[in-house]
Structure formats: C-alpha cells, structure tokens
Ligand binder design. Sequence first.
Ligand SMILES: Cc1cc2nc3c(=O)[nH]c(=O)nc-3n(C[C@H](O)[C@H](O)[C@H](O)COP(=O)(O)OP(=O)(O)OC[C@H]3O[C@@H](n4cnc5c(N)ncnc54)[C@H](O)[C@@H]3O)c2cc1C
Length: 463
Amino acid sequence: MATRFVIIGGGPAGNTAASHAARLGAEVTVIERDVIGGAAHLWDCIPSKTMIATGGALALARRNEGMGLEQAEAGVDVEALTERIESIKMRLQRGTTNLLSSQGVTLVKGTARMLSPYDVEITTTDDAGAPKVYTVRADAVLLATGSRPRIPDWCHPDGERILTTRDCYPPTTFPESITVVGSGVTGVEFVHMFASFGAKVTLVVSRQQVLPSKDPEVAAVLEDDFLKRGVHLLKGARATSIEREVNEAGVEEVVVRCDDGRVVRSSHAVLAIGSVPNTDDLGLDAAGVELDRNGYVTIDRHCQSNVGHIYAAGDISGKLPLSSVASMQGRKVAEHVLGMQKMAHRHLDYDKAASAIFTEPEIADVGLAEADAFAVGRKIRVTKVPFSSTPKALINNDWRGFVKIISDPATGVVLGGSIVGRHAAELISVIALAVTANLKVSDIVESLLVHPALAEALAEAAE
Ligand SMILES: Cc1cc2nc3c(=O)[nH]c(=O)nc-3n(C[C@H](O)[C@H](O)[C@H](O)COP(=O)(O)OP(=O)(O)OC[C@H]3O[C@@H](n4cnc5c(N)ncnc54)[C@H](O)[C@@H]3O)c2cc1C
C-alpha cells in the first residue's frame, strides 16, 4: 500500500512536498483553506515583487537622464497594476494546482486540524455548499501552515490607514505619505516600494542601522539611496503607539509615537515587524507535537517534529522565513517520508541559503558574512569590486554597488559573498552555487563569462 501522506497547507512548503512525494509514489492529500500557492502567492512574495517591479520601471524611467532619451513623465495606472498583480497570481496558482492534480494529488479546500497523531480532521463544504467534516488517516503528516504578520498589543491595524503588509494589496490608492515601522527586509522593501510610487516615506529604525542583521557596508549603500530619494530615517526609535487622529486643519492622519518622544505624522502607516507561526487551532496538543517558546514547531535536520511521522516545513518551522527555504524543506520532507534518506541525501544547510532584498539597488547575500567570521576569529580573504569598474554598469547608466567574495585564504574555497547593485538577486546564484559545491575562487576566475556583463565584477572579485 502506498504511503498516505497528508499535508496541511498548500504554500511553497506544502505544494513542493506534495509534488515531489507524488512523483516518488506516495498517496498525497493537501488541505488548503485559501489557495494553493499559499500566502507567498496571495500576499507576500508575488504581489510585493510585482509592485516593486512596476515601481522599479517607474524609477528607471525617471532615472533615464544620460541615456540619450527625451525625458517623459511616467505615471502609474493603479487599476492596470492591480489587474497585473491578479493575473500573475492567477497564472501561478493555476499552474501549481494543475501540476498537483495531474500528479494525482488530492486537493481539498478546507481547514485541517490534528485529532490524534494519525488522524486529521477536515472541515470543508460539500458540492451543495453545506458544511462537511470528516477525518482522514495518515502514515505521515506535514504541517506547512505558514505564518501571519505580528501585531503588537499597542497597535490595531484597520486595513484602511493603519496597515499590515497584507493590507497593501490590491493597491486601490497609493498613500500620500506613509510611516513604515520595522527596518528588516520587509520594512525596507516597503519603503522602496512606496517611495517609488511617489509617497513621502518615514522609516522607524529601532537600531542605528537599517537591516541590522546585514553587513554594515551593504546597509550603508541602501541608507544612502534612501536619503537621496528623500526617505526620512528615524534611527534609534521604537514605535510605542500608532493611532488615527484628526489634526488642527481637520485632516485625518496617522500618528506614530516613539519611546524617545519623537512623533511622526503621515496619511498611512504600515507595520513590518515580523511574523508569528500559524500553530494555534491545529490540534498539536492532541497529536503530541512540541512547540518552542515562540510557538514554532521544533524540528530536527530532517524537519521531523518530536513525533517521528509528523513533519513541519516552511515558516511554521522557525528556520529562515523564505519561500525558497520552505520549498527546499518540503522537498527534503517528501524524500524522508519515502525513505530516500537512506540513499545519497544531502541535508539542508540553512547557512548556505541565498537571500535577496528587492530594493534599489538590490541586495543579495549567501554563506559566511564578513562580520560573523571576524566575530569567531576565523581567517578569511575578502575581495571587493565596485560595479563602476565594469563596462556594463556604465552602459546601464547605473554603477552603484559592489560584489564582495569571502573565501578561505588557505584553500581558496568560496565561503560566502554579498552583492549590492542591479540584478544582485540573479547574480548571487553564481556565489551560491560556489558555496554549495565547495568551488574555489579560481573556478569563478576561469569561467568564460559574457562580455559586457555585470557578472564580470564577480570574476574580478574572485581574482
Ligand atoms: C511581504 C512579504 C514578502 C515576501 N517576499 C519574499 C520573497 O521575495 N522571497 C522569499 O523567498 N520569501 C518571501 N517572503 C517569505 C515567504 O512569503 C514565506 O517564507 C513563505 O510564504 C512560507 O511558505 P509556507 O509554505 O511556510 O507558508 P505559506 O505561504 O504561508 O502557506 C501556508 C498555507 O497554509 C494554509 N493554512 C494555514 N492553516 C491551515 C489549516 N489549518 N488548514 C488548511 N490550510 C491552512 C494557509 O492558508 C496558507 O495558504 C515574504 C514575506 C512577506 C511577509
């Protein structure tokens, strides 16, 4: 009898696990309460990156001075942009749903919870729309229910002016001015997005550096760009309240108050202070699954919870909250459920995950960071090349940023790197491959690359 594999949640973790397990011969059921594709398609990666792409095109059109073009005033058609976002989402959702159906995966639209370690209760509707509750028995279960925006008790988002990141789509109107609370990856992407669409943006930064966990040199390039674009950075300030008020002129505004007494007024505010896992109401007590103190499922290197046949992947697992990581975890879980770990099987190394920040300029990094190596006294070789030294950057009329490669001085093995500049999210793949495959800097130097291309800076940095 085939392994009965039940997956709760159809986001990147759930749908990748489903597809891979079906290919490997499991009998797979996916229960999804919203849409296959998950939050990643509905609110997170896809809508945000689509809006950023349109904002980027707008910014590029405005930056065309020096390109030999006549200056044209570009504007945004909010309705057309909304249609564009919806059509991309639909296309991706349809593609993933069709793939799973064609592989024989049973897709159930409903809400699931564990009744026991082996029984999953599904609440759905029948063909006539009447409520239907039934239970399926599983040999293995994957919990892939994702996360949702964290909302502190001092803030009450209303979806109109006080927003979470999920309230920003569809973009019915663009705010005149907006205060972004939170200066991590999501916060800076939203700053970039709203600034591209012409809003007056203030960023509340709790530390002295935006992107506090990133290389200071990388963060400095972004801060510089924000300042040039008129973004107001409120450093060393923690928001303590966000409220709607009517000012003396009778105009409604959103007032963000900070712990040091500073106050910011704008037409809107958006919270970007992280997320919380969707582990409540999942029946995890009944299944005996342990959570950590922040509510994430504790997992081992195979993504197994303390209950051997119950796995967790994606944001619910408390590892890197990235769609790419969720998908890879899903893939590894499918292999483990089907007993493939006994074959040649490489474990997921979270330290080698590439990540990108879709700002202007783009930022991407992978592997060992310079500061982390210094912190543990590890000897490294750091080479840095500015894009301004490449012909392609001059041709592009955009020479901001640099490539930094970190390698082992004794062996030349590439340990990590960061890239700031145009197409950084694509270019980092070369360093990511080198880090994963233990390639040496000489392997990059000896690759015959395209000319003129921004990738030439990679070869130069590897020299
Ligand atoms: C604004 C924003 C932008 C982002 N951009 C990027 C990016 O560019 N690149 C990147 O790699 N990552 C990005 N991320 C992170 C990425 O979205 C998440 O890491 C990813 O969605 C996690 O995938 P997942 O499968 O764990 O969960 P999700 O995508 O959240 O899917 C979980 C699914 O489970 C379903 N579900 C929950 N509970 C139940 C239940 N009881 N029964 C049935 N179904 C249930 C939900 O409806 C949901 O569809 C972004 C995040 C945010 C907030």
